[in-house]
Design a protein around this ligand. Structure first.
Ligand SMILES: N[C@@H](CCC[C@H](N)C(=O)O)C(=O)O
Length: 270
């Protein structure tokens, strides 16, 4: 079966989007998604995004990591989908309803309320999620939050590039403390308005940017009183603006672009 796809990215975090809003698409297996995600033998992407009709919103967005697993949220893909849709919309995700508003080559997303209760992250057992009494090597006392997907956030004094995230990221992602695994954020607070961030993404590894990681980091930093309600978060792929509204809801703004369109034969990836 031949399928059309749209390749997009947000700050270099890249996606293959299958648009099933008009016609029903076959459900891809985890093995098929992994094969498609392979950057040498497949198309290559960090996340596969499948758009579908929704009874609860304008449309639904299903998100799969490169390892095939389905997850609740993807900030950068939400902006990409907003740009593709071309007008404001409510979008149903497994992590909840979000509202997207596209602009010229960029989009804003109302991501909803951050959740800080330990069962909501989830953690394996009760713990203060504002300042967790745990550590891995030089990464200590993180905060945790669920912004539609689970994140742990470490703050470091030095350059985030000095942290061996390729080694510590997978170790923390798979720690039994996180029963659903976890996205691992390492952040440096530059000022009350600016954060520098690197992210090891659950199911995708090191990416050039993670929108939910930026939201999670801003939320944990704001909860600790380290930053103002609006902050810029600079990742290897570029900068996002994250804002807390008066009700505590998170808003993300930043660029997203289409790269190219193509087709593939699903039988080649079975
Ligand atoms: N790249 C994304 C996050 C994608 C999902 C994440 N890896 C997870 O497993 O929850 C973003 O921009 O937020």
């Amino acid at each position: 079966m031949r399928l059309s796809f749209i390749k997009m990215h947000g700050l270099g975090n890249d996606f293959v989007i299958l648009d099933g809003r008009g016609a029903e698409l076959p459900r891809l297996s985890e093995a098929q998604i992994r094969a498609l995600a392979d950057r040498h033998r497949g198309i290559g992407f960090d996340q596969l995004i499948v758009l579908a009709p929704s009874d609860a919103a304008d449309f639904a967005m299903r998100i799969h990591n490169a390892d095939g697993g389905e997850v609740g949220a993807c900030g950068n893909a939400s902006r990409a989908v907003a740009v593709l849709h071309g007008k404001p919309a409510q979008v149903e995700t497994a992590g909840g309803l979000i509202a997207v508003r596209p602009g010229d080559g960029q989009a804003e997303v109302a991501m909803g309320q951050p959740r800080f209760e330990w069962p909501d992250i989830p953690l394996a057992y009760a713990m203060d999620t504002r300042d967790m009494p745990v550590g891995w090597d030089m990464l200590e006392r993180p905060g945790a939050v669920n912004v539609g997907n689970p994140h742990v956030v470490f703050f470091v004094d030095n350059d985030v590039a000095d942290v061996p995230l390729d080694r510590l990221g997978p170790e923390i992602e798979h720690d039994p403390m996180f029963p659903d695994r976890i996205n691992v954020n390492v952040a440096q607070i530059v000022s009350r308005e600016a954060i520098v961030l690197r992210v090891w993404e659950r199911g995708a590894g090191l990416t050039l940017a993670c929108g939910t990681g930026a939201c999670a980091t801003a939320a944990v930093a704001y909860r600790r009183g380290l930053v103002d309600a609006q902050v810029s978060v600079t990742l290897p792929g570029g900068t996002l603006i994250i804002r807390h509204d008066e009700g505590g809801g998170l808003h993300m703004a930043g660029p997203a672009q289409e790269s190219y369109r193509g087709t593939f034969d699903l039988d080649d990836f079975s």
